[in-house]
Design a protein around this ligand. Structure first.
Ligand code: EPZ
Length: 423
């Protein structure tokens, strides 16, 4: 298992390019199975989750060629003949569950493993399954697998309300409906940019989807979709992560390029309250922390609210703010596994149900800390760059799932992050 050795403190100065979005790419990859011909996706990041999903797609018989140097992925579903997604792959990455919608969409049937657990949870899929049943798809659970099937070529459809609004359920239901449902309405659909991008891709493939970007999607069946060339979005969570990293370390002056600021929703509004200088133009963001940050409370929400995927990073930054701040997660109620690790660095935080209260500013001193999930891990790296002395971040395979070339990017901006293979 690899670990990072980080020497701090190191202000972040210079320019970092933003990579393609992991959470936007995965639905696009699943949608590629619905085309009659090959689809080419660009701006696909080289991440463990992408490699894992490539293998999930290959199991079905689809051909997948990842031209890594160009971040270009070509998926040809012509020879897809095995509409299944096995447990040993699905358990590695929850988003593999999108195969249910994609395979039912393409072949009219699917056998997909239920996703495994997660570092925090529970992360149920009840809305996915109830939504498919509402659409008219037969769902049968056996030995940890979901068997989905339809009578004939199409289903009546109908309507289904997501409560709560779910990104994954919206993605899965759209994938299952576009080629199979006469008319299907999803109410309280997720509006995250990842969902909008998927719907735009499917429309370009020939799908009939109304209400894109709203919380009510109406899908009408299109029998045949064509393979296309389509670009992924830049990663909005990586963008927010690096903005926070620069804001929390005094003396930073960091420019992010290749951004899509309009995907950040309400995040810039909270960021503004920190009191750091920052400029946003259509693809570039510059953040300077010349003299510290204010304590700013945040509460996560569905898009366009503050993203839960930036909750850990924000709480970590608040350890360096003057005063007390509160970070509340309304999406996941126990996504705070990073807190005990931050305390090992000298931070002062207190968790109460789905809220963490942070007392700052506390000087951070290097120590060994343990990664537990993707966003908690990157928060520990940020804390290590702000801390005095040496920090070891263990089990960084979590990071390799979602941050492309992380140490290369940070070191190019003045950080001191060394990857060590820890046998
Ligand atoms: C997506 O997960 C993201 N993953 C997550 O990012 C992100 O945290 C989450 O959306 C929320 O924005 C990908 O896009 C691959 P949800 P997803 O279904 O789709 C409840 C990261 O760090 N729910 O929108 O699984 C659920 O428990 C990852 O990149 C049900 O109750 O999230 C949660 O409270 C972590 N039943 C809420 O909905 C269901 O059937 C939102 O979950 C499904 C979800």
């Amino acid at each position: 298992m690899d670990k990072f050795i980080i020497e701090g403190p190191t202000p972040l100065k210079g320019t970092i390019p933003i990579s393609g979005s992991k959470n936007a790419a995965l639905p696009l990859m699943a949608a590629s199975l619905l085309g009659e011909s090959a689809t080419e996706l660009t701006l696909v990041p080289k991440l463990q989750d992408i490699y894992t999903f490539n293998n999930v797609l290959r199991v079905t018989g689809a051909r997948v060629d990842f031209h890594e140097k160009e971040n270009r992925l070509v998926i040809d579903p012509k020879n897809l003949s095995f509409p299944e997604a096995p447990y040993d792959l699905v358990r590695k990455m929850r988003a593999s569950f999108y195969m249910l919608g994609a395979l039912v969409g393409r072949t009219g049937r699917a056998k997909v493993s239920l996703p495994g657990g997660c570092a925090w949870g529970p992360r149920p899929v009840d809305l996915h399954l109830k939504g498919f049943e509402a659409m008219g798809i037969k769902i049968d659970l056996q030995q940890g697998y979901v068997n989905a099937s339809i009578e004939g070529e199409e289903v009546e459809g109908g309507e289904f309300t997501l409560e709560p609004s779910s990104v994954g359920a919206t993605v899965n239901l759209v994938l299952g409906a576009v080629k199979r449902a006469k008319k299907f309405v999803i109410k309280n659909a997720a509006k995250e940019p990842d969902v909008v991008l998927l719907c735009n891709m499917l429309k370009q493939m020939g799908a009939d989807i109304e209400g894109i970007g709203s919380s009510e999607l109406t899908i009408r069946r299109t029998e045949k979709l064509k393979g296309i060339t389509f670009s992924n979005d830049p990663d909005r969570i990586e963008t927010g992560t690096f903005m926070i990293a620069a804001a929390m370390i005094p003396g930073s002056d960091l420019t992010l390029t290749g951004c899509k600021p309009t995907d950040l929703g309400a995040f810039p509004k909270s960021f503004q309250k920190l009191g750091v200088e920052f400029d946003i133009d259509d693809t570039t963001i510059r953040v300077r922390n010349s003299n510290g940050i204010n304590a700013v409370n945040i509460k996560t929400d569905i898009y366009p609210g503050f993203p839960t995927d930036l909750q850990a990073q924000w709480a970590t930054m608040m350890t360096q703010a003057e005063g007390e701040s509160k970070v509340t997660d309304t999406i996941y109620f126990d996504r705070f596994s990073y807190v005990p690790e931050l305390k090992r660095l000298g931070a002062s935080l207190k968790v109460d149900k789905n809220k963490v209260t942070i007392s700052g500013k506390t000087p951070l001193t290097g120590a060994s800390v343990m990664s537990t999930d993707l966003r908690a891990s990157v928060s520990l790296v940020m804390a290590g760059m702000a801390a005095e002395g040496k920090t070891e971040v263990l089990r960084i395979y979590h990071l390799d799932r979602g941050y492309e070339n992380l140490e290369k990017k940070l070191n190019s901006a003045g950080a001191s992050v060394t990857r060590v293979t820890d046998n």
